[in-house]
Design a protein around this ligand. Structure first.
Ligand code: ADP
Ligand code: MG
Length: 264
């Protein structure tokens, strides 16, 4: 039976791998994407070698489910002892003396599903909790792309994911970034994030013309470089309601009504 639901027309792409491939075809965007490969033992070895910190995550995950991080770990009290590997997921952390054993543990958690391995970004912190940024990019009623909102996402204590469904909380990005940046630097970063959002949307639209909205998970590293961790094609809109500036959500809502995601 045909559904007269206009939301059906909005394009959604679940595979992170598929989106990554499309995004990195555009040179301007490639620089923002942490190196990403399919998870295999070979790639695990190489990626840890190159990047130190890596993230392992399901190709079609949501809400931070299944996300793990791995990093080489040295016992500071025994600096002579051999390097080990720290695997983190949820609020747990486990140490492995060798990559083979680490891989066995990771494989068990992966359970033959399609997982990716990605360069890990050392996120900035707020009161010792990691945070990243969600940027919302929407088709305007004039059919151009606009980055309409940002919201900071702060991980729960001890967690490696910032997702709201993983116990994270939301905060205005100004508050999260002001301890790190002067007003001028902040403005520059803000403009660049807006631009990155538009670039990513435009690039994905080349392959998926019916895209109307995307949510970018943006990490800012300790050098204040911008990284795109992933792009969501069914971004949550409600967190933007919490922003003090009510004009932001008003516009988000107006655009979403125009392309049929929300009712008037
Ligand atoms: N490469 C990475 N470096 C640092 N943190 C990451 C990385 N990948 C994911 N994360 C953390 O895990 C969260 C969830 O990962 P994400 O790729 O967005 O998957 P999901 O679709 O489950 O939200 C991110 O919001 C971020 O906090
Ligand atoms: Mg995400």
């Amino acid at each position: 039976m045909e559904r007269k639901d206009s939301q059906l027309a909005i394009q959604r792409i679940a595979s992170k791998w598929e989106k990554t491939i499309i995004l990195r075809q555009k040179e301007l965007i490639r620089a923002y994407i942490p190196e990403t490969r399919k998870y295999t033992f070979e790639h695990l070895k190489e990626m840890i070698d190159i990047h130190g910190l890596v993230y392992v995550k399901p190709d079609r995950g949501t809400y931070g489910n299944g996300v793990m991080s791995i990093e080489p770990w040295c016992d500071e009290l025994e600096p002579e002892s051999p390097v080990q590997y720290k695997l983190r997921f949820g609020i747990q952390s486990e140490l492995y003396p060798a990559l083979e054993e680490l891989h066995a543990a990771v494989s068990e958690r992966i359970d033959k599903k399609f997982y990716l391995i990605q360069k890990g970004i050392t996120l900035l912190t707020f009161r010792r909790r990691k945070f990243d940024i969600r940027a919302l990019v929407q088709k305007t009623p004039q059919k151009t792309w606009e980055t309409t909102g940002f919201i900071g996402r702060v991980a729960a204590q001890q967690k490696i994911i910032t997702n709201y469904h993983g116990g994270g909380s939301v905060m205005p990005i100004e508050e999260l970034l002001s301890p790190y940046l002067e007003a001028k630097e902040y403005l520059q970063l803000y403009k660049e994030m807006k631009q990155v959002g538009i670039l990513a949307a435009a690039q994905l639209t080349r392959k998926f013309p019916n895209l109307k909205e995307i949510g970018l998970d943006i990490a800012i590293d300790e050098q204040f470089k911008i990284w795109i961790l992933e792009v969501n094609t069914l971004p949550a809109l409600f967190p933007f309601k919490k922003l003090q500036n009510k004009d932001i959500y008003k516009k988000i809502h107006r655009y979403a009504v125009a392309y049929g995601r929300l009712k008037k």
